[in-house]
Ligand binder design. Structure first.
Ligand SMILES: Cc1cc2nc3c(=O)[nH]c(=O)nc-3n(C[C@H](O)[C@H](O)[C@H](O)COP(=O)(O)OP(=O)(O)OC[C@H]3O[C@@H](n4cnc5c(N)ncnc54)[C@H](O)[C@@H]3O)c2cc1C
Length: 307
């Protein structure tokens, strides 16, 4: 990007742009080289202006949430990383439906844990599965995030997305989801940016919702590695099986390449044991895939997205 281009880009947004910004600070793996530019976008109007500019200039871009399901290359990203700012973090109750359920609207930049806490206070049930999932609700739509047999697609009623052409509301019936995937999202980096999410939640007793969340958070604490950066489950579970079980069975628990390690606590978690590079994580992924393939004839499919 030359100076003229940088100046033009700076004039389009209110927030100062971070140039050559290391992305390791923006991913839960704590791995990743610099993005040419990192832009925090304040509101939908600003976002649309930016996307139009990117379309005209053919600049590469990607939106990230909390980077909790992301592996960023050591070479970084040759383009613009978009983060959703404060204007995308509101939560509101929309309407009361028959006194049994309500519609909750959340900005895509809102953390799932914050929405869960908000629901506990108001006695709204349905999102308990997401307690302890550390990403944003925008990322959760693209990932169809889920746990304990439940997933976001089950409570979603609509999303609003932004493209260079403007905002578009998509009803749940028009969306197709599969395990950890919004199928018609449009593709990473080329797709639409989720700006708002609507969910249907059920009225319940706040204490019951609180107890269920506490129970699920406790289960996570018992099963997941603590204190080592990671991106949650590295692979998707193959149908009817568990990636962690297959990895453990093939003897890969604790396997290490440089700073990247298969967690000794949960075999489907790859952890950054200190100074891991993306190349090491990818090499570890390849070795685990090979071992599981040889042992069980199953090719594990990564759940983690690659920038
Ligand atoms: C400790 C730990 C536990 C976890 N447990 C679970 C779990 O139980 N279940 C589960 O499903 N996941 C889990 N995850 C993974 C992760 O938290 C979820 O997938 C989460 O929904 C990702 O949200 P994010 O904001 O971090 O997305 P990111 O990692 O930032 O991005 C993920 C993908 O979504 C895209 N994206 C992000 N925001 C938007 C947006 N607004 N519009 C369009 N595209 C967007 C990105 O470009 C990228 O392709 C866990 C992760 C960790 C670290």
């Amino acid at each position: 990007m030359d100076t003229l281009f940088k100046n033009t880009l700076s004039r389009l947004v209110a927030h100062p742009i971070q140039w050559d910004c290391p992305l390791s600070g923006y991913t839960s793996f704590a791995i990743g080289g610099p993005a040419e530019a990192l832009i925090t976008v304040e509101d939908s109007r600003e976002l649309q202006v930016l996307l139009s500019f990117f379309q005209e200039s053919r600049l590469q871009w990607r939106v990230i949430g909390k980077g909790t399901n992301l592996l960023v290359p050591d070479s970084g990203f040759d383009g613009v990383i978009i983060l959703l700012g404060e204007g995308f973090k509101g939560i509101s109750l929309r309407d009361d439906q028959n006194g049994r359920s309500v519609s909750v609207r959340a900005g895509a930049g809102c953390r799932l844990t914050r929405i869960s806490g908000w629901c506990i206070k108001r006695g709204l049930a349905g999102l308990e599965f997401a307690c302890g999932i550390p990403g944003t609700v925008g990322g959760a739509v693209v990932m169809n995030a889920g746990a304990w047999g439940d997933e976001l697609a089950n409570i979603l009623t609509a999303v609003t997305v932004m493209t260079a052409a403007g905002p578009e509301k998509i009803e749940r019936e028009q969306m197709h989801f599969s395990y950890r995937c919004w199928q018609d999202h449009g593709g990473e980096g080329k797709g639409r940016i989720v700006t708002e999410v609507e969910m249907r939640l059920v009225l319940a007793k706040p204490d019951a919702v609180r107890r269920r969340c506490a129970e699920l958070i406790q289960k996570r604490r018992e099963r997941q590695p603590k204190g080592q950066p990671n991106a949650g489950s590295f692979f998707k579970n193959p149908q009817g099986d568990s990636a962690g079980r297959l990895i453990e069975k093939s003897g890969c628990k604790g396997m290490r390449i440089g700073g990247a390690m298969v967690s000794p606590v949960h075999a489907n978690f790859f952890v950054n044991g200190g100074g891991a590079t993306a190349a090491e994580v990818k090499e570890l992924m390849k070795r685990v895939q090979e071992r599981v393939w040889q042992d069980s004839g199953i090719l594990l499919d990564p759940e983690v997205h690659f920038l």
